[in-house]
Design a protein around this ligand. Structure first.
Ligand code: SF4
Length: 172
């Protein structure tokens, strides 16, 4: 698996200060995608064990972080590898809250029980879901690009078998 970006501290991909990791590869091909270069699974750098350890150490040693955000591409196309990374991260750094971004909808992921994709959904805390739709683009939206995309509390939504929206802790 390759990553095509890493910010040790960012305020753009979820609430609070977050470490953001961008996983290469996406097959959704949304017209108007912000970065078609990230569709390529070979784009960026190989996510080696050394690079993973380096990033985990950054996260572990940064008390200011609210959590980690995982974006792409679409990390759900590399679900097995991302699951392994999350397990290692939590083993080394404790119960780190994770936001994850995907072009799949919550309902599409819900229909994949027993798969690595469903396992990835279960491992994370907040899901930003849905393909980017150019006509629904709205730069004023918090943490997402188009108004069809939702910010979802995962464990509550899985328990209810329906979408429970995330609400911001802080308002601006
Ligand atoms: S899901 Fe994201 S990365 Fe993939 S094509 Fe759509 S906007 Fe681009």
């Amino acid at each position: 698996m390759n990553i095509c970006g890493y910010y040790p501290e960012s305020i753009n991909e979820g609430e609070g200060l977050r470490a953001s990791i961008f996983i290469s590869g996406c097959r959704h091909r949304c017209p108007g995608c912000f970065s078609p270069a990230t569709w390529n699974f070979k784009y960026g750098e190989l996510f080696t064990e050394e690079r993973q350890a380096e990033i985990i150490l950054d996260i572990k040693n940064n008390p200011l972080l609210s959590g980690v955000s995982i974006l792409g591409g679409d990390p759900f196309f590399s679900a097995e590898e991302v699951n392994d990374f999350i397990d290692l991260l939590r083993q080394e750094a404790g119960p780190v809250p994770i936001w994850i971004y995907t072009g799949y909808t919550f309902e599409e992921l819900l229909a994949m029980p027993g798969t690595p994709e469903f396992g990835l959904l279960e491992r994370c805390d907040v899901l930003v879901d849905g393909r980017f739709i150019k006509n629904l683009r709205d730069p004023s939206l918090l943490y997402r690009g188009s108004s069809n995309q939702r910010i979802i509390r995962i464990s509550e939504s899985l328990a209810a078998q329906k979408v429970i929206d995330w609400e911001p802790l802080y308002s601006f």
